[in-house]
Each structure stands twice: as C-alpha cells, then as structure tokens.
Design a binder for this molecule. Structure first.
Ligand code: 5GP
Ligand code: ZN
Length: 114
C-alpha cells in the first residue's frame, strides 16, 4: 500500500524503534506509549485489520501472535503478564488501518479496559 503509515515503517521509509524483526513480522515501539512496554507488532504484508489478518492464508496470524509473545519475553514482561490488543474498527479505537497487535506490559493493567 503506497499511502499506509505502517507499510512505510515496514519499508524503513519512516523511522521507528524496531525491537524485533522476523521474515513476516515487524515489532516497533508505539510513539505514544501507554505502558512501560508498548510495542506494535505488524505483519509486513498489508492487511487492514484483525479480520483480514485472520482470513489471510498460510499462518500469517500465527506469526504475528508468536512475534507478540517473543516481544513480551524480550521485554521481560512475559511474567507476570502482558496484554495483546487488536483494536478492530473505529468504534474500538482503531486509527491505523494496517493491522497491529499492541503488546502492553511492565505495569498492572486494569480490567475492563475503557
Ligand atoms: P490504534 O489506535 O489503531 O489501535 O493504534 C495505532 C497506534 O499507532 C497508536 O497507539 C499510536 O500511538 C501509534 N502510532 C501512530 N503513529 C505512529 C508512528 O508514526 N510511529 C509509531 N511508532 N507509532 C505510531
Ligand atoms: Zn500497510
């Protein structure tokens, strides 16, 4: 996608603090962190949202989830715990329509979210 912010980060056309890169996923720190660990994990291939990612073939969603867990381990927040969030659609607060998992940790996280 030519006019997609996260495609541009994947292409390294826009800088980001990358914390993990695999063949098919990229993880970088959120520019406006909501927790000590706040990393976004995206598939390198453009899909608009979690529904499109789930419909993608050949295990791409698996790769994104595995990368999210690897980020939590790397950040030292796999224990005591972390949260993985896919805001999906405007009513859920999705603002960038290149699917991304928020990996949040490093502090106690309340439930339910707002
Ligand atoms: P959403 O609201 O779509 O679930 O999440 C989009 C996230 O992208 C937000 O948490 C926002 O802070 C983050 N974000 C927006 N623009 C940029 C950017 O240019 N670089 C980085 N690293 N994060 C961004
Ligand atoms: Zn994109």
């Amino acid at each position: 996608m030519t006019d997609c912010l996260f495609c541009k980060i994947v292409a390294k056309e826009i800088p980001a603090e990358i914390v993990l890169e695999t063949d098919r996923a990229l993880a970088f720190r959120d520019i406006n962190p909501q927790a000590p660990t706040h990393v976004l994990v995206v598939p390198k291939e453009h899909h608009a949202d979690a529904a499109a990612l789930a419909a993608a073939d050949d295990g791409l969603a698996d790769d994104v989830l595995k990368a999210a867990h690897a980020v939590a381990v790397q950040e030292g927040t796999a224990e005591p715990g972390y949260r993985v969030v896919f805001n999906t659609g405007p009513a859920a607060g999705q603002t960038v329509f290149h699917v991304h998992a928020h990996v949040l940790g490093g502090r106690a996280l309340e439930w339910p979210p707002g």
